[in-house]
Design a protein around this ligand. Sequence first.
Ligand code: 6R9
Length: 683
Amino acid sequence: MAMANSAEELVFNPPELVAKNAHCSSMEQYREMHKESIKDPEAFWSKIAKEFHFENNSVGKFFEYNFDITKGPIFIQWMKGSRTNICYNCLDRHVLAGKGDAIAFYWEGNDPADRNSVTYAELLSEVCQVANFLKSRGVAAGDRVAIYMPMIKELVVAMLAVARIGAVHNIVFGGYSADSLCDRIVDAGAEVLLCADGVWRGNKLVHLKEIADEAMKMCSSRGVEVRLNVVVRHMTRVTHPASLHDTSNGHPAKKTHFDHQVTWNSDVDVDWETATSSSSSECPVVWLDSEDPLFMLYTSGSTGKPKGVLHTVGGYMLYAATTFKYSFNYHPGDVYFCTADIGWITGHSYVTYGPLLNGATSVLFEGVPTYPHTGRFWEIIERYKVSKFYTAPTAIRTLMKYGDEPVKKFDVSSLRVLGTVGEPINPEAWLWYHRVVGGGNAAIVDTFWQTETGGHVITPLPGATPTKPGSACFPFFGISVCLLDEAGEEIEGEGEGYLVFRQPWPGMMRSVYNNHQRFQETYFQKFPGFYTTGDGARRDKDGYIWVTGRIDDMLNVSGHLLSTAQVESALVEVEQVAEAAAVARPHPVKGECLYCFVTLKQGEKFTEELVADMKNKVRSKIGPFAQPDYLQLAPGLPKTRSGKIMRRVLRKIAVGDRDFGDITTLADPTVVELLFENRPANA
Ligand code: 6R9
């Protein structure tokens, strides 16, 4: 059993400024709306559907599903039979309503000198040009189109153009290798690729076109020919980072463009600008059934072969729009900034679709949080007077290391809502985010969700929910949360178990692309009748949900179930510790014991005294049984490019097994060997 944690006792009421005009402004209102959404999903979501355009002016047969594998194949359908198009709802709907001049995105490049913006009307005409070009090259409804681009306007244009003509986008994060890109093109059977020549990420140049070329070669050898590759010549229009620092001649830095050479295969490659600028800027949309596919997105490869998570048009649209509106309490006039890359689900739902469906103005950021200085996020917030900000705990912890000064240099007083996503946030990082970034006046929304869920499933609502640092709080509308024990018995009230959902919601995935069997096995087999998230969670005495991390990150020490996140959170409370990762190592008496990797803050030493402090901290925060048996100093941790710690690798290191498996998706695979070499003497 997990022990109570002191963050449970800390409660932050919704800030007055936020509650004043919130879409949902009290817990009573939240409970009422949530109750309706569960009891009568049709009534609840059909009201929301009325705000969107459905071509036949009806929302079809609203809701049908089977969640119970013992009763037949799993299926989920919302509004089947009704016809719509998400691109139309993101763009045309606003332009037709006279809002074409509103800014859709402020684009902020890797170099602060590179900036521009695009309105809804401009976005629409560019999307139409690309859509027309794709049509002219034979791309039709249902075809899969791969996209491999950095955080530039054309990435948004590309996905919307694909959606406009009813094709299915398969976006591959621009940090993935040729191997991973190839896997995703082959699995999806995509014949068309949209990419860019390259991108600067801080001082680092990523040769996207080169990687794409290599991937296409690999695809070819695996029987999939990419017949068309549309390339954005991005490098010719951005500032070379070195120019920022070149003050050797005594002159201020000059904007110098970089002559980026790419190889060109004229059978396949076409230049984006040349290809699309001559196309018409009007393109009728293809009306789709609500249950037609919208996109596939492969879930990060931290376990096994990536799965093509498939989302459909209508339900995803309602869910992305509604979660954006309520979780961030979006209002016209807000400027919203989500730091996630569009290559991840967070970027799909909360950079592109959610904000555009609401007619919002957002910042699209190409760079990294620490370039050219560690206050870059805060500088951007000041520049655009950002009111709603959304980032990941890993970014918060990274920036925390530099202290409060970089934040204080900028005026971030426009902030009202601060979101986090991706992993459990430790109370220390939560409190820093709240106190230093939010100045104590902003609502923190810790949004729990997954690629599979399409949008937030457990989250506070900023004007209504009293928050506790580290808790994602309560289920979103339509989500019926259940905690189950190993035997599948429901845990009522306080307790910890498997986090599952009892009924479908509009934004949930419909299948694994080309592998419905895997979909059923992964999410519906373990507990028939429920969607299994794969995460564990605890419900505290006040009903708050604390997501404790993946079940495969769960530890069982002497019969006590605890999560890696709990242990890590305790460790990082030790002053000298910057980051920690805990894994289980088999133990002859306890079953499993804890093996922890810790990264120290700059200048700190890994002394015996510190090791004792860390052990004591875990003992005192969780319980004596949780005391780590092993603590290893880690100069770095093996993380995927989205910032998730690859624990299976750490588990191997913990037991001295060099069989690491596939580590190519790590941001820096070299740390693995380094950690292995430096295992503590007693291990
Ligand atoms: C949106 C996204 C999903 C997994 C999920 C869970 C972890 C995400 C979290 C969180 C605790 C949160 N996760 N948000 N854990 N609190 N607020 O990240 O999707 O990349 O598919 O990852 O991330 O373990 O199961 P995805």
